[in-house]
Each structure stands twice: as C-alpha cells, then as structure tokens.
Design a protein around this ligand. Structure first.
Ligand code: 3PG
Ligand code: MG
Length: 401
C-alpha cells in the first residue's frame, strides 16, 4: 500500500509535491479550476501544519527545450494562490540550483511553484539524472497527481526512488473512490461506457464485463455493436474492422454473466449539426443517408430502468453527440437518473475520463455524483485494470524471496 503524507510530521519539511495543474486556460486565465481546487483542498491542512510546499506540474505538451512562453505555468499562480490561501512564489526553472535556493528560502506554511516540467526532455524520458536534479528541491516527495499516474515520467516515477515517497490526499481520494467502485463494488454494479470508438476502449470493456453485472454501451461505439448484429449504418460513425472485437467482448460478457445493453431505438439525422431534422427509429432501421447521433427514448427508459436496480454506477463517456442539441438527450437523461439515485442514497456513482465530466457539467449534475475523478487518461487505464506506474512507484519495494 502507499503511505499517505498525512501520516508523518510535515512541520519544517520541504514537500516536493507533484500536482496535476494541467487545467483549461483561455486568454491567460484559468477557465476551470477544478483540478487546482481539489489539489489545494488536500494541501491546505499540510500548510497549516507548517509544511513548505515545492509544487511541480506539467502544463500542456510543449516541445521540449523550446521554452514556448505559452506553456509557462506562471499564469496558474493567481488561481493556485487563491485556492491555497497563501501567495505562491514562482521559480522560472525547475531543476536548477536557482530553484533549489528558492526552495530552501521557504518558511513554514509557504509555497513555491516551479516552471513547467515538460520544458525539459528529461521529464517525459523518465531520465534519472533529471529526477535527481528535481529531488534536490525537497526533503520528501509527494505524488498528488493521480491524473498523471499513467505516465512513467521523471516527476512521477524515477523520482519516487530518490526520496522518501508519499501519496498526497487527492491521489488517495481518487484511488479509494475508484477501487471501491471497481474492485469491491456493492452489487448490482453497472457501467455506462460511451464515446466514439470501440477501438479506444477495448481493454476497458474487456475488464468491465468480467467484473460488473451490466454494461450499458452508448455513443459511436454502440454503432459498432449494432453493426456487428447486422444493423444498417447509413452514414454513421462505426468501425467495421472491430466486429471481431465486439464479438469477443460479447462472448466474455456472456461467460461472466454480464449483461450488455445497447440502444434499441436511435435518433438519426442527415448532418452532424445543431437542430438538424432528426428521426427516431428502431435500432435496426437507420435510414440511408443519415447518421446515428443519439439513443432514443425507449433506450433511455431501458437504461434508466437498469440503473434503478444498481447499487454502484460507473460512468465513462457520453451516450450520444451531447455537444449539439437535440442529440444530448440520452446523455442528459441518463446522467440525471444516475445523479438522482446517488442523491437519494440508492447508488454510489463514480464518473471520470475526458468528455465525461463535460457531459455531467452540461447536465448540471456533477455535484450529485458520489465521486467525479479529475483524471482523463489515467481513469481509463485504471478501468482497463492496468497498474499505473506513478502508483506502483509509491509502493514499498518487494522483499526478495
Ligand atoms: C491530463 O490532462 O489528462 C493529464 O494532465 C495528463 O496529461 P497528458 O495526457 O498530456 O500526459
Ligand atoms: Mg490526457
């Protein structure tokens, strides 16, 4: 198991904290501070106990060595200072003597943010020399970036071997919520898996059908399932080369007694455009020249009826083209049902991954979910059942037999 940073006396120590402050920014201002706020919530008590925070993060995917100022993390400082409740100082480098001197000048309860890790090629290369230079910035290392734990980078992997390594509060919160929902869910447990492509979620589907009681498949990937059953596709997005994969997933599900629910009616339009004239037809009757953009009302009712019996609901990916009306209905109505069940205390609801949070925000239900992960790619890899390198690096080394 990982050791929480909250288990040690942090007073006077320089905590070298890997955060994920990779947040949306528009015209130099943070437009969604969720990751910053969730990170800060766990750090504030440590600051109050006299910790000295040296914060590392990446932002975007800059070309290493080019130092494109657009990727500077300095612009995150106002939002971070607000969230932490202390003015955050800034080091315009992260693995230099100057940064070390700044880290050593911190007093108890103060915080320093270091420049974008990804300006240095050593970060993504998991370079031990870069990690060793970073390690000089702290007395102990804290990984609080669950959403980066799928990356074996210097600041998430190599560094954990160089300093006493601890797990931060947000990382622990994420791990517990996801473990409870996936590894020991209260049954019946149902997953909702949407999004465009089967091919990007093969491993997720294979893992989930082996563990849960039902999987609701929606979005573009449901088209491929329908196609595998011989349904016409018109102009719909689907992956003809994934038919064997779909059959394999269905066989695995049958073997483990997991029900797969697909749309039984579909909303089709001639164009992927706001308010395009739409028809609702049975799932095997997509008209020529149209594309499937959402699940229909009969499907929504069936999905929601299945959720009514669930005690655990896991959600990744939208069920239709939720960004444009009127093709947002399956996503919105199913999100609202899950949120209501959660609100009434009837089900534990856990969501995460890329578009999912945007979809829940659009439905206005994020606050009712039991847990909404801050992770995109890391959430997906967790659903695949993979060991995340950033978490593995926090585990104590195995004793030789
Ligand atoms: C994310 O936003 O998903 C994380 O910050 C990881 O970013 P990356 O996909 O660029 O590694
Ligand atoms: Mg990502």
């Amino acid at each position: 198991m990982v050791t929480p940073i909250t288990s040690i006396d942090v007073k006077g120590k320089r905590l070298l904290v890997r955060a994920d402050l990779n947040v949306p920014v528009d015209k130099g201002r943070v437009t969604d501070a969720t990751r910053i706020d969730r990170f800060a919530r766990g750090m504030k008590p440590l600051l109050e106990q006299g910790a000295r925070l040296v914060i590392l993060t990446h932002y975007g995917r800059p070309a290493p060595n080019e130092l494109d100022p657009g990727f500077s993390v300095d612009k995150l400082r106002p939002a971070l200072s607000d969230a932490l409740g202390v003015p955050v100082r800034f080091s315009d480098t992260c693995a230099t003597n100057a940064a070390v001197i700044l880290s050593e000048s911190l007093h108890d309860g103060q915080a320093l943010l270091c420049e974008n890790l990804r300006y240095n090629p050593g970060e993504a290369a998991n370079d031990p020399a870069f990690a060793a230079a970073l390690a000089l910035l702290g007395d102990v290392y804290v990984n609080d970036a669950f959403s980066c734990a799928h990356r074996a980078h210097a600041s998430t992997e190599a560094i954990a071997r160089l300093l006493p390594a601890y797990a931060g509060p947000l990382l622990i919160e994420e791990m517990e919520a996801l473990t409870n929902a996936l590894e020991r869910p209260e049954k019946p447990a149902v997953a909702i898996v949407g999004g465009a492509k089967v091919s990007s979620k093969i491993a997720v589907l294979k893992n989930l059908v082996g563990k849960l009681d039902a999987v609701i498949v929606g979005g573009g990937m449901a088209n491929t399932f329908l196609f595998a059953r011989g349904c016409p596709m018109g102009k719909s997005l689907h992956e003809a080369d994934q038919v064997d994969t779909v059959r394999e997933i269905e066989a695995l599900a049958a073997k483990s007694g997991c029900e797969i629910l697909l749309p039984t009616d579909i909303v089709c339009a001639t164009a992927f455009a706001e308010d395009a004239p739409a028809v609702t037809v049975p799932a095997d009757q997509c008209p020529d020249g149209t594309m499937i953009l959402d699940a229909g009302p009969e499907s929504i009712a069936a999905f929601n009826a299945r959720l009514n019996h669930a005690h655990t609901i896991l959600w990744n990916g939208p069920l239709g083209a939720f960004e444009i009306k009127p093709f947002d209905q399956a996503t919105l109505q199913v999100a609202r049902r899950a949120a209501a069940l959660s609100h009434e205390g009837r089900a534990v609801t856990v969501a995460g991954g890329g578009d999912t949070v945007a979809a829940l925000n659009a439905a206005g239900v994020t606050g009712d979910f039991t847990y909404v992960s801050t992770a995109g790619g890391a959430f997906l890899e967790w659903l695949e059942g993979k060991t995340l390198p950033g978490i593995a690096a926090l585990m104590p080394p195995k004793q030789a037999a």
